[in-house]
Design a binder for this molecule. Structure first.
Ligand code: TYC
Length: 140
């Protein structure tokens, strides 16, 4: 028997990410017994699920941006790019010089929570080392 309005999502398939988790009754497959109509013509069929869930949305992507300043040493920026964005020396040097010359550059593109974590890690590390390096995120 189907539980009206408290129907549970199918747990046999693990959600790929938080975006895939049903948030409301409308996201959950309904069965015909959820129909509130009573009396003649009532549909007595049991256990036929009607899937109404919309297509799961892809999580939005965010650019992590590094900003130039006049005081943070170039070597420190290169170290940050290697440590938090897994760049090799050549890549990190290229991105650092791009930021130095153009004012801003992209360190990577990630889902929101990862991008936010990277920004916090960079800002914390810069602060601990008394450098004014700034890092921010922007919707890709
Ligand atoms: N402009 C800095 C200097 O001349 C170097 C630098 C590069 C600083 C990139 C920040 O995001 C930055 N020492």
């Amino acid at each position: 028997m189907c539980m009206p309005r408290l129907a549970k999502p199918d747990m046999s398939v693990a959600p790929r990410c938080a975006e895939d988790v049903p948030r409301c009754v409308e996201d959950v497959p309904r069965c015909v017994e959820d129909d509130d109509s009573r009396g003649p013509g009532r549909n007595d069929q049991v256990g036929i699920a009607v899937k109404t869930r919309a297509k799961p949305k892809k999580p939005s992507q965010f650019k992590v941006l590094m900003l130039n300043d006049d005081y943070t040493p170039m070597e420190f920026v290169v170290m940050v790019l290697k440590r938090f964005f897994h760049m090799d020396l050549e890549q990190a040097t290229r991105v650092m010089l791009h930021v130095h010359q153009r004012g801003v550059g992209v360190c990577g593109i990630f889902p929101y929570e990862i991008a936010e974590t990277k920004v916090n890690q960079v800002m914390d590390f810069a602060r601990q080392n008394q450098h004014p390096l700034q890092c921010t995120l922007e919707k890709a």
